[in-house]
Each structure stands twice: as C-alpha cells, then as structure tokens.
Design a protein around this ligand. Structure first.
Ligand code: URA
Length: 232
C-alpha cells in the first residue's frame, strides 16, 4: 500500500493532509524519515510514526474504553461531551463508534470500532453475547428480587419478559447481572421492575473481555476481536 494511503486509512486526515505530512518529513518508518507519498509498504505488522507518535497499522480499529460518567455514547451528544472526545484524532477521523450504548451516567467497559460487520455481530440479539453489569442499588436486595430478575420481568414496551442470564447479590445493595440483550436502560428498568432502584451502574465485561483493573477511567486500549468471543 502506498504510504499516503496508509496514513489516510489510519485517520491522519485528508489525502492532501497526509501528502503534506509525508512531504514535510513528519512520517518515519523503521526510525527513518520516509518523504515519498507513493512509497510502497507491506501493511502486515507495519509500525510508523507521525510527528513522533508511533502508530501500528490496523485494517480495522477495535478498542476498549473505560467510560467515565458524564459522557454520551453518541456522535452528536446533546447534554454532555461524547465518549469519542476521549479518543485521539486519528480514531475519531476513522469514524469509530460505540458497539452498543451505555447511559451517560453508566461507567466501565465500552467497545468501539470502525468495523460495521463487527458491530452488527456483537449487538445482534441472535448472538446472545453476554454483558456483565455491577449495579449499586438504593435499597437492600432481597433473595426474591434476585430470583425475579432470573425468572424474568416484563418491561412496559414489550410483553415478552426479559431475564438476567445470571444474577447474584455481591453485597447488601450491590448486584451483578449478566444480560444477553441490550434494550434501552435495561438494567435500570429491570431493577425498577422488581421494586428497587439503580443508583450507580458499571459494565465490567463484554463477551469474554473484562475491564482491566489497570485501565483508568477515560483511558482506552486496543483489543483483538478473538478476545471478545471466539470466531468473530
Ligand atoms: N442498562 C442500563 O440501564 N444502562 C446502561 O447504560 C446499560 C445497561
């Protein structure tokens, strides 16, 4: 692939902006300045740097973000900044988008990608990809509430009951809940349906992927698709 196309595909601006970066000697490959936009490169394992910032070529971007509270999972946020504002410009330019949404006040594991097929696979209700949430509740949890969440509760917009694939109390007021669908405000509405209320919500896992302890709120990291679910 030509160097100009490499930069363009990785989100370093318009074709013209990429040519300018290259011609100005801002791009290095293997520690050497490469100032020919038409230079032909093998993309497999390619690492280059732009203005001193190292970047590994990836045909598709897939990353996890530890979402802080106060950010919206939308490209056009209404009341709070977008989670996309926490990513570096090349990823925003590549048009990465959240794989499913978390509420503005929900924290934890958010996946983002520019791979539309992957978004479809991971959000399709048919695939039943499990998502694990930890909810702090307003009132002490009862065994009956946990049992009801496992048996299924009816939400106002659908007569079909929704049930947690797994559910257990982690503490007097803390609940861990696994869902395999992604309905609007699903955890909050399910907990409300059993007579309690979520006061704080965090997603701790998506498929096989767990939020790493050392990923601080607001930080992101690359992900390999096979770490989320086999065969993706
Ligand atoms: N369920 C909710 O209620 N909110 C989220 O952000 C995610 C799941």
């Amino acid at each position: 692939m030509q160097l100009r196309q490499v930069l363009f595909s990785q989100g370093f601006g318009t074709r013209r902006a990429c040519d300018t970066l290259i011609l100005h000697g801002e791009v290095q490959v293997g520690g050497q300045v490469l100032d020919d936009p038409a230079a032909d490169l093998a993309t497999d394992g390619l690492v280059f740097s732009v203005q001193g910032q190292p970047w590994a070529y990836r045909a598709k971007a897939l990353l996890m973000l530890n979402k802080p509270p106060g950010y919206e999972c939308s490209r056009k946020p209404r009341h709070h900044p977008s989670v996309l504002s926490l990513l570096p410009p090349p990823l925003r330019q590549r048009d990465v988008q959240p794989i499913g949404r978390l509420d503005e006040d929900t924290t934890g594991l958010l996946l983002l990608t520019d791979d539309g097929t992957l978004i479809h696979r991971l959000t399709s209700p048919k695939r039943h990809v499990p998502k694990v949430y930890v909810a702090d509740c307003a009132d002490a949890l009862t065994p009956a509430q946990v049992a009801q969440l496992l048996d299924g509760v009816v939400l106002h917009d659908d007569p079909q009951p929704v049930r947690a694939a797994a559910c257990q109390a982690l503490g007097e007021r803390q609940l861990q809940l696994t869902l395999t669908e992604g309905k609007y405000h699903q955890v909050k509405r399910m907990v409300a349906a059993v007579g309690n209320r979520v006061v704080a919500l965090r997603r701790s896992a998506f498929g096989n992927l767990h939020l790493p302890d050392d990923l601080a709120a607001g930080q992101w990291r690359w992900v390999e698709p096979e770490h989320i679910a086999p065969g993706l």
